[in-house]
Design a protein around this ligand. Structure first.
Ligand SMILES: Cc1cc2nc3c(=O)[nH]c(=O)nc-3n(C[C@H](O)[C@H](O)[C@H](O)COP(=O)(O)OP(=O)(O)OC[C@H]3O[C@@H](n4cnc5c(N)ncnc54)[C@H](O)[C@@H]3O)c2cc1C
Length: 496
């Protein structure tokens, strides 16, 4: 949308009165929850709430909700939405709880369920704080329909990509869902953060409960994405065809990137194209995940899936020639399905294996920038200097075919530490600044949540942010659905 139009819309919106949420009434909400849900669907004990308030991939301190409702149907979600809005309680949907950027962290106080909520509690809460209910969609984990000839499945939000693929394999269906973020992530959460590739291409339609209690259906994935609670999704499936994994390494990252660009320019269509730098490979070697150690240098790992082995083989012959021309090592092609699996499993374990580079107490901040492929080599080179100057260790694992580069900044944490050392924060910020300078983004696939809000002014500008606020206000006028994510509370902005 043109900037002038965005500004006009934003200024119009700022004149619209926004209704305010009722004063939070926790005792009434609790009573309503208890009468709407059996004990098996309502967790009020501290242990469950504490576990629910923490993402194991994030360093943010745990923020236990006041209650967890385990929804079994869209009707349950509508019921909890109505209780939250009528009692002024914040509502946060959750899935596998693997989000990295604080996407389901409660930003306001959640009193113990057994405590009464008397507004502001001295020393514990501040004016405006509200208790939070988590509505977990994880028990809504069924495949509702499978349309093999349309390459589609209709799923509930609590099933994950692994669960759906197991379901298809058990029935001998030669289709699969090919996008694979963290093990344990579920479709509702994947759509909620727009996990890699997922929203753009692989989710085709959704059923969503809005904060006025109405249930809508979207055709297309990105409408009303995180502004409602997803209760059903139609996902696209890919045929299962012969697959080949191959890898090779190079003396420099430049050569690896140049090889990838040549592969894509020559029309090759690998289904995955990953870059691990020498430091990442050192972690894999330390973990001894493969029978033989790999050379500790920039490595490109690729997967080809084509209708016949011959097409895979022909693609790999083209890759071989490119690799040779670019000065890479001999292309190692997995000899059978077992080796395909071994190599890919090692790649998927990189998050854990890199911890061995630091050892006991290793903490990780995974950065998630994305740059145009033409600027990738420049990003990798210049970020190498930033990492060197920072004194940090920050191995690369990149979805290089998409320009999405994760540098995992590692350090040894202290017991109970919930903040990041200054040099880690500074390096993360410099990586984002570099990506923006190269016309990229701070968030390739992990979303914004709480931790990347500070970069959005530089990336999007004021008028886009104002437009986003307008949309949020329109769909969640009481600001009770997962507030403070993506956008700062008004007047509390802290830009990086
Ligand atoms: C080791 C590791 C590796 C990872 N690798 C990748 C990767 O390769 N690619 C990638 O994209 N991500 C990756 N991630 C990030 C993470 O896996 C994704 O963010 C994931 O998609 C989140 O899904 P989830 O089910 O865990 O959602 P949650 O963490 O439970 O929730 C995520 C967000 O979605 C919202 N949400 C949850 N359910 C719903 C619903 N039904 N309706 C509306 N909103 C909802 C939540 O409120 C929250 O804002 C990785 C994380 C880890 C820890």
């Amino acid at each position: 949308m043109a900037t002038a139009a965005k500004e006009r819309l934003a200024s119009l919106a700022s004149h619209l009165a926004s209704p305010s949420a009722p004063k939070p009434d926790w005792p009434r909400a609790l009573e309503a929850l208890k009468s709407a849900f059996p004990a098996s669907q309502l967790s009020l004990d501290l242990a469950t709430r504490e576990k629910h308030g923490q993402s194991w991939g994030s360093l943010l301190p745990p923020s236990p909700p006041a209650a967890v409702v385990h929804a079994l149907s869209a009707a349950d979600v509508v019921a909890v939405v109505r209780i939250a809005t009528s009692c002024g309680i914040v509502l946060i949907p959750t899935g596998g709880r693997t989000a990295l950027e604080g996407q389901f962290t409660a930003t306001c106080c959640s009193p113990l369920a057994e405590d009464s909520w008397n507004g502001v509690v001295k020393g514990k809460t501040k004016p405006g704080d509200r208790p939070t209910i988590h509505v977990s969609l994880s028990r809504m984990n069924q495949v509702l329909a499978l349309h093999e000839r349309d390459f589609q499945a209709i799923v509930q939000p609590g099933i994950g990509w692994q669960g759906l693929n197991a379901y298809l394999a058990e029935r001998g269906v030669k289709l699969a869902f090919p996008v694979d973020p963290a093990p344990g992530s579920e479709f509702g959460g994947m759509a909620g953060v727009a996990g890699s590739g997922t929203n753009a291409e692989w989710i085709q339609s959704m059923e969503v409960v809005l904060m006025d209690g109405s249930v809508i259906r979207t055709k297309g994935s990105n409408r009303a994405r995180t502004l409602g609670i997803i209760t059903e999704l139609t996902v696209r499936l890919a045929p299962v065809v012969p697959l080949k994994v191959a890898l090779t390494s190079f003396p420099t990252v430049q050569q690896a990137v140049s090889t990838v660009v040549s592969m894509l320019s020559s029309g090759l269509t690998p289904t995955s194209l990953e870059l691990l730098d020498g430091t990442s490979i050192k972690g894999l070697n330390l973990a001894k995940l493969l029978p033989d150690a790999l050379p500790e240098e920039p490595t490109v790992l690729m997967r080809f899936s084509n209708p016949s082995e011959a097409v895979n083989q022909a693609s790999l012959e083209t890759v071989k020639a490119i690799v040779q021309r670019e000065g890479g090592r001999e292309l190692r092609i997995a000899k059978d399905d077992q080796e395909n699996e071994e190599l890919w499993k090692a790649r998927k374990s990189q998050y854990w294996s890199q911890q061995l580079l630091i050892g006991e107490g290793c903490r990780t901040l995974i950065t998630d920038v994305c740059v145009p492929i033409s600027r990738l080599a420049e990003f990798v080179d210049r970020s190498e200097v930033l990492v060197h100057d920072s004194g940090c260790i920050a191995p690369i694992v990149a979805h290089i075919g998409d320009g999405n580069v994760h540098r995992a900044i590692l350090w040894r944490g202290k017991e109970g530490e919930t903040t990041r050392p200054r040099e880690v924060e500074t390096l993360a910020k410099k990586l984002v600044e570099l990506a923006l300078e190269l016309e990229g983004t701070c968030a390739g696939e992990h979303g914004i949540g709480l931790t990347k809000r500070k970069y959005l002014k530089a990336e999007l500008g004021d008028s886009t942010l104002a437009l986003m606020r307008t949309v949020k206000r329109a769909l969640d006028p009481l600001n009770l659905l997962n507030p403070d994510k993506v956008l700062f509370p008004e007047g509390e902005e802290q830009w990086a």
